[in-house]
Design a protein around this ligand. Structure first.
Ligand code: HEM
Length: 215
């Protein structure tokens, strides 16, 4: 195995960057509470993988979305399992982000120089909620439709620009096929990309500053 890795390394030069990535400064007394962020990240990877599989069958159009979701659950082999894994990973992702943030609060790890990491972390939570909200519409059934109708209508209460914002999010006055395409694009492209960038910044700062020593 060693000679295989040496062969790869002499061609790609991956050992050194790998070593630098894996070696990090850790506090003296480390507990399982420090794993909560890592669990959230593992769930994010699981969401990406199951989402990529779902996108092979899901059709984001007004006429096809509902039927394709049904087909995916009832006809595609293990489709029901991939759908359930995606859903449960999404719920647990939010739970673990919140638990991780609580760990950070209890250990008061938000204090300088980690305030920017706190901010990027909070933004990941916002993006995670937005991903959940946009994903909820995709099955395009009655529940999804009305939840989006009610959820988006709250935007209209924003002073001055509320109605413009509502029109922008829905792509028109009502929730329609345009909204579905808009939400699909946000769910599978824009939000995962933004999340990827935020996590890169988050991990870069953890690596640079080291993990705080707790209380
Ligand atoms: C997708 C969401 C997130 C992931 C995958 C993630 C991942 C991580 C990981 C792996 C660490 C290293 C240490 C640890 O796990 O405790 C960390 C540290 C940190 N995270 Fe997050 N995080 C996320 C969201 C958040 C949120 C919502 C906040 C706060 C609002 C936050 C604030 C911080 C801070 C301040 C640190 C440094 C902690 C220290 O040095 O002790 N993170 N994050």
């Amino acid at each position: 195995m060693d000679s295989f890795f040496n062969w790869i390394d002499s061609r790609f030069g991956i050992k050194e960057p790998h070593r630098r990535f894996l070696h990090r400064r850790l506090p003296e007394r480390i507990t399982y509470l420090y794993c909560l962020g890592g669990v959230a990240f593992t769930l994010f990877l699981c969401l990406l993988f199951t989402g990529m599989l779902l996108s092979l069958y899901y059709v984001p159009s007004e006429q096809e979305a509902f039927q394709s979701t049904l087909r995916l659950t009832k006809e595609v082999r293990l489709g029901w399992l991939i759908r359930s894994l995606h859903k449960w990973a999404a719920h647990l992702f939010i739970v673990f982000i919140i638990l991780h943030a609580l760990r950070v609060i209890v250990h008061r790890a938000y204090r300088p120089p980690r305030e920017l990491n706190w901010i990027t972390g909070t933004l990941t939570l916002v993006v995670a909620f937005a991903s959940g909200f946009t994903g909820y519409l995709l099955p395009w059934d009655q529940r999804a439709y009305w939840a989006t109708e009610v959820g988006t209508s709250m935007v209209a209460t924003v002073p001055l620009i509320g109605n413009h914002l509502l029109y922008l999010i829905r792509g028109g006055p009502d929730v329609s096929g345009v909204t579905l395409v808009r939400f699909y694009s946000l769910h599978v492209l824009w939000l995962p990309l933004i999340m990827g960038f935020l996590l890169w910044a988050h991990f870069h700062m953890v690596k640079h500053q080291g993990i705080s020593g707790g209380l």
